[in-house]
Design a protein around this ligand. Structure first.
Ligand SMILES: [Zn+2]
Length: 373
């Protein structure tokens, strides 16, 4: 079974993923889906794997298990919304468990193709116990933590599929901790405990819905400052794309639903840590760009990664038109994007830049903007 699955995962990675992901619009990155015979475009952004690994590592270093739990909760909530918006099948939409199992199998292979490799799994939907292993997985292979994108995300997705928010996950093996695989046990807390492990318990914010406003504001409108799409930057070899993996200056970037950024900003207990770690990381990204580094270059780079139409004015003051919109827009401090631009601009100006304030504006009925200064 495993060998066949590997071939199948390769097929998914090389054939299916390019069809689902849309990198053709400057300023936007999407996952395209068909729901009720209507095309839905979910707004994504690309984030550096190493940065997420560092945010997790620094959080756990400073806050221990409480920090870990916060990260897990961020992942669980983000992936629940992503699963809900994607319209993944559930025990309610597909009560035939054999059929649901077949569907979940494809979903797991798709995830393996996107975020890991060599998947192996045991599914028992009826008893709510699943085991999934990868030979490696994004982020946790780097830090041995992986609360956001491994454990937390698996918990959110399975809570959605099983329509049971008490589902939790423990990553009992991890390549980043020296094991051969990253292995997740996905079950109810009592089942996890019976097997000798403990998992965090995290509640889910279930009131976030796919709204017409979300679909409207995230449509690909024409951009002014950002001229090149991710697709074009790949064609021009500025950004590398191989086997479904994006790299820029030898660093891997991976695609995630924009709710991950919002929940990270909303739920992280230490905004200063989040800002400083992001800023330091992106300052190095800027320095690695070398001679080509300029405000135009970073606007083009961030636009291609999905952050909208970016205009950098003196001050510095940064306007991000068509920034990824979610219904959480008035609840966060935009700490991540403030860190990203503070770091890059510190490298451009060779001077310490700290964008401390973020305001949001609806320029017109089509345009949601974030302004940083
Ligand atoms: Zn792992």
């Amino acid at each position: 079974m495993k060998l066949t699955d590997n071939i199948y995962s390769l097929y998914i990675r090389s054939i299916l993923i390019p069809k689902m992901e849309d990198y053709s619009n400057p300023g936007y990155v999407y996952t395209k889906l068909t729901r009720d015979s209507r095309e839905i475009m979910l707004r994504d952004v690309f984030v550096p794997e190493e940065l997420v690994a560092e945010i997790e590592a620094k959080t756990v270093e400073k806050y221990g298990d409480e920090g870990r739990k916060t990260l897990y909760r961020i992942g669980k909530n983000s992936c629940y919304v992503y699963s809900k918006f994607s319209g993944f099948e559930t025990v309610e939409t597909t009560p035939n468990l054999k059929k649901l199992e077949e569907y979940v199998r494809l979903l797991v292979l798709f995830i393996a193709g996107t975020y890991g490799a060599d998947v192996d799994y045991e599914l028992d939907i009826k008893n709510k116990v699943q085991k999934i292993s990868f030979s490696n997985y994004v982020v946790c292979q780097k830090n041995g933590i992986g609360e956001i994108f491994a454990s937390g995300s698996a918990a959110g997705m399975w809570a959605w599929i099983l329509q049971d928010n008490n589902i939790e996950v423990v990553q009992y093996k991890c390549v980043g901790r020296g094991d051969k695989t990253c292995s997740l046990l996905i079950a109810l807390p009592e089942t996890i405990e019976k097997r000798g492990y403990t998992a965090f318990k995290a509640s889910i914010q279930t009131d976030i819905d796919l709204t017409e406003e979300y679909l409207h504001l995230n449509k690909p409108y024409p951009t002014e400052a950002v001229k090149l799409s991710l697709e074009k930057l790949i064609a021009f070899n500025v950004i590398e794309f191989k086997d479904g993996r994006i790299t820029f200056h030898q660093k891997r970037y991976f695609e995630c639903d924009s709710h991950y950024v919002y929940f990270l900003e909303l739920m992280h207990n230490d905004q200063n840590l989040l800002f400083e770690v992001t800023k330091e990381y992106y300052k190095k990204v800027g320095e690695d760009i070398g001679d080509k580094l300029s405000t135009d270059y970073i606007a083009g780079f961030l636009g291609a990664m999905g952050w909208g139409d970016i205009m950098i004015h003196s001050g510095p003051r940064v306007q991000l038109r068509h920034y990824p919109y979610t219904t959480l827009y008035d609840k966060t401090k935009y700490t991540v994007i403030r860190g990203v631009l503070s770091g890059l601009l510190s490298a451009v100006y060779k001077n310490d830049v700290n964008l401390k304030e973020a305001t949001t504006v609806f320029d017109d009925e089509n345009t949601f903007s974030v302004i940083l200064e």
